[in-house]
Design a protein around this ligand. Structure first.
Ligand SMILES: Cc1cc2nc3c(=O)[nH]c(=O)nc-3n(C[C@H](O)[C@H](O)[C@H](O)COP(=O)(O)OP(=O)(O)OC[C@H]3O[C@@H](n4cnc5c(N)ncnc54)[C@H](O)[C@@H]3O)c2cc1C
Length: 304
């Protein structure tokens, strides 16, 4: 039996692993993706992680993983599909049928993008529909593209694409952006970006790949067709906490409720990073949660 099993190897899971290993715990990290690093792999620049200004997101993810590898931490490839709590040990089952027992479990499953839920979104996934402008923008060099959303990520995506694409349409359902002022200003001063205010996407259209979007103006109910080679969807994220929602206390959005020690409503089960209900979801707060969760898990083991 392991002392701790960590689910997820984004910044929170990798930080938890480093702290757990250094605390002398036996542990393993389960990761469903081929690559560790989590969401940060999808951003071209992280400019707010102390000590590493302007680092590429993928490189930062690799640095976290290299640190864990240096400590000879065990990684298990697979998706955790169920968690069964117990009084002495918790059981985690993977999608390949393997089961692991651990005295403590750290949920570091992070968050995933929200979908628009319109016709064409699934059909054209990877054929013009994307949730990551920094990953897929290069495929649309010199073409007309569209971004859907109005927060920081959507605005950053539009600015990023404006440097690669001939024209960028930003489609936003309200008449005001939620993004920070500095980003808004840059967006509105970028000549090849057009904002479609009060507009929603009703359908993503095309044949082999995306060729247009059917838009509706929510104020006038008028519809129009916008020609585009790509739809970059940036309408928010949701916690990837399905496996624990019926086990530990969560808020209405599915974020796991825990205080600074990251302990959930079930003793011995901890949550770290974007999956936790908290104010700021960033690399630095995810890494801090990982450290706190691993330290609390070590205390729990020492007490029992
Ligand atoms: C486009 C973009 C740009 C960003 N830019 C910045 C920035 O500039 N600065 C900043 O500080 N933050 C930024 N963030 C936010 C930052 O990436 C997150 O706050 C951080 O990655 C959260 O870390 P995490 O470990 O909690 O979760 P995640 O990074 O989401 O990692 C979770 C990991 O768990 C794995 N996982 C999930 N479920 C399971 C399961 N059931 N079984 C096994 N594995 C599982 C996932 O595959 C993933 O690897 C950005 C995010 C995005 C999307």
């Amino acid at each position: 039996m392991l002392d701790t099993l960590i689910i997820g190897s984004g910044p929170a899971g990798l930080s938890a692993a480093i702290y757990a290993k250094r605390a002398g715990l036996s542990l393993a990290v389960v990761e469903k993706n081929a690559v560790s690093g989590g969401q940060i792999l999808n951003t071209w620049e992280v400019d707010n992680y102390p000590g590493l200004p302007g680092i590429n997101g993928f490189d930062l993810g690799m640095k976290f993983r290299e640190h864990a590898d240096k400590l000879a931490i065990d990684f298990i490839e697979g998706e955790a599909v169920s968690l069964t709590p117990g009084s002495d040990a918790h059981r985690v089952k993977l999608d390949n049928g393997e089961e692991y027992e651990a005295k403590t479990v750290i949920i570091a499953t992070g968050a995933i993008h929200a979908a628009l839920g319109v016709p064409g979104e699934d059909t054209f996934m990877g054929k013009g529909v994307s949730y990551c402008a920094t990953c897929d923008g290069g495929f649309f060099n010199g073409k007309e593209t569209a971004v859907i959303g109005g927060g920081d990520v959507a605005v950053e995506d539009a600015i990023y694409l404006s440097r690669i694409c001939s024209k960028v349409a930003l489609i936003h359902r309200r008449d005001e952006l939620r993004a920070s002022n500095i980003l808004k200003e840059e967006l509105l001063n970028t000549p090849n970006i057009t904002v479609y205010w009060n507009s929603i996407v009703k359908e993503i259209r095309g044949e082999a790949a995306v060729s247009s979007l059917l838009l509706e103006n929510v104020a006038t109910k008028e519809t129009s067709e916008l020609s585009t080679a790509a739809a970059f969807i940036a309408v928010g994220i949701r916690p990837d906490t399905a496996i624990v929602r019926d086990i530990v206390e969560c808020d209405e959005g599915g974020y796991v409720i825990a205080g600074e020690d990251c302990e959930t409503s079930v003793p011995g089960i901890y949550v770290a990073g974007d999956a936790r209900k908290k104010r700021l979801r960033q690399v630095v707060t995810a890494a801090a949660d990982g450290a706190n969760a691993a330290t609390a898990a070590a205390d729990h083991i020492n007490r029992h």
